[in-house]
Ligand binder design. Structure first.
Ligand SMILES: Nc1ncnc2c1ncn2[C@@H]1O[C@H](COP(=O)(O)OP(=O)(O)OP(=O)(O)O)[C@@H](O)[C@H]1O
Ligand SMILES: [Mg+2]
Length: 285
């Protein structure tokens, strides 16, 4: 795809992921399963879609949503007014609610030049709070079979979409099934653990890909857990910083205003036992 901007990997990844309908259609075409969905642009279409998909269902704006913004989980007809307000403002998609076992993601990098190959970083389990990514756990607690399945599918989608550079795929896991949720055409929040956790970080890998350099090794060096901190956590994190905890890496994004629910930074914990980490989180978050 031709671009007037200097985006080495082209506009295609952005074009596909900017619109949820376009993204889903491209994912299906590339061989992925998605949650059953309907395009919804008015009340009538919303009612029909709810009749077909049932409750609960997730209404999402086609574009502009992030961190659960522009999204309503519709539990019953009582939420019709609220849902209509959203549909009135912009085209939406209604998705069947997936009762997933786990949410996971994977970061894929496809080299720009022929023969430069494609790498995947270890799969993470992602835990959300209020629809905002809270924690990413690497490696995800999934068996080898499923891990291979995720890697193979993510590479296949990337190749079939003709995308280069770095991108992340989010999937719902239900039993042995992988359901494509969305993709992000860039290094991803769930891949921040790679900075300390992997031989090459997702950021370095992206630069390698778009400059035509050989891609780096993506092996996990040690188990890593990344926890995001939001505006309301900033003071606690400042306290934690003073403690100089070992194997704890605080990344402050330097944002001027600490607003509630605004991502202000993340902390990566390397090789921590679950109960110790739980205590740290209880104390400082
Ligand atoms: N169809 C669905 N069934 C069940 N849960 C869902 C569904 N769609 C979304 N969710 C939940 O809401 C979260 C946010 O949804 P989604 O990833 O589509 O939106 P987003 O706001 O673009 O997120 P991000 O912060 O990743 O940009 C998901 O990670 C998942 O926990
Ligand atoms: Mg998401």
């Amino acid at each position: 795809m031709k671009t007037k901007y200097n985006i080495p990997q082209g506009e295609l990844p952005l074009y596909l992921s900017q619109d949820r309908l376009r993204e889903k259609q491209a994912a299906i075409k590339a061989g992925a399963k998605v949650a059953e969905y309907r395009s919804v642009t008015n009340k009538k279409e919303l009612e029909n879609a709810l009749n077909e998909l049932g409750y609960p269902a997730v209404l999402k704006t086609c574009s502009g949503g992030y961190d659960g913004k522009g999204q309503i989980v519709i539990q019953s007809y009582e939420q019709m007014n609220e849902a209509c307000e959203l549909v009135k403002t912009t085209p939406c998609v209604l998705e069947r609610f997936i009762n997933f076992d786990m949410e996971i993601s994977i970061v894929v990098t496809r080299g720009m030049r022929k023969g430069k190959g494609t790498t995947t970083f270890p799969v993470t389990q992602n835990i959300h709070r209020n629809n905002i990514l809270y924690m990413s756990i690497a490696p995800a607690p999934i068996n080898k079979n499923l891990q291979n399945k995720v890697e193979t599918l993510a590479k296949k989608i990337t190749r079939r979409m003709g995308i280069s550079g770095t991108l992340a795929f989010e999937f719902f896991v239900k039993g042995n099934e992988l359901i494509f949720n969305e993709m992000a055409p860039r290094p991803h929040n769930s891949g921040h653990y790679t900075i300390e956790g992997c031989e090459t970080s997702q950021f370095e890998q992206h630069i390698r890909a778009i400059t035509g350099m050989p891609l780096g090794k993506t092996d996990l060096l040690q188990p890593a857990i990344m926890v995001n901190y939001l505006g309301q956590h900033v003071e606690g994190i400042a306290q934690m910083k003073k403690m100089k905890l070992p194997n704890t890496f605080i990344h402050d994004y330097g944002k001027a205003k600490a607003l509630k629910d605004r991502k202000m930074g993340h902390v990566t914990f390397i090789e921590y036992e679950k109960n110790i980490l739980e205590n740290i989180i209880k104390r400082y978050w």
